[in-house]
Design a protein around this ligand. Structure first.
Ligand code: CA
Ligand code: CA
Ligand code: CA
Length: 169
């Protein structure tokens, strides 16, 4: 039996990917997320960091489409998401980490100091820009800092995001 709590969580994940809220996930949602992050962190699309973010967004989209776009129409519907992505990502969280990593790496890079680590506050800014509610973004960013040193690194963010999206019943 599918619990309503589970359905609510899946709906929240779908909404996170469906950045423009038009009811399906497609390439525009990923490039739109990249564009919003570049605007938030005042980074030019043509810059090295900007190019890395767009390349990461495209790889993320391609990876998700490969997993979930069963009919190949370049859109992931809610049904494809629930029946394809959720199940298959749950079965292979490492695969999700692999397809999300370049985007997450580039997003963290935008927010990061020269040492490659980002403050919890700037990590929350990334999450807010991706549409996460302010209070949830703050607590999530704090949780991402697993060793509690006040900085968030890729080694902390990738597994955490993979866990979030590979939710199970
Ligand atoms: Ca969309
Ligand atoms: Ca489709
Ligand atoms: Ca840390």
């Amino acid at each position: 039996m599918v619990s309503s709590e589970y359905e609510r969580r899946i709906a929240a994940r779908f909404a996170t990917f469906d950045q423009d809220g038009n009811g399906w996930i497609d390439r525009e949602d990923f490039s739109g997320a990249a564009k919003a992050l570049l605007a938030e962190f005042r980074t030019a699309a043509r810059s090295v960091k900007g190019q890395a973010l767009y390349a990461g967004a495209e790889a993320f989209w391609q990876g998700m489409a490969g997993i979930a776009d069963r009919d190949g129409d370049q859109r992931i519907t809610r049904e494809e998401f629930v029946n394809g992505a959720v199940k298959r990502l749950h079965d292979s969280p490492d695969r999700f980490a692999e397809i999300a990593r370049p985007f997450l790496h580039a997003a963290l890079d935008l927010a990061a100091a020269p040492d490659g680590t980002a403050s919890v506050e700037d990590t929350a800014r990334v999450l807010r820009t991706l549409g996460v509610q302010d209070d949830i973004a703050r607590s999530a960013a704090g949780t991402l800092d697993t060793d509690g040193d006040g900085r968030v690194v890729e080694a902390e963010i990738v597994p955490a995001v993979a866990r979030y999206f590979t939710v199970s019943e």
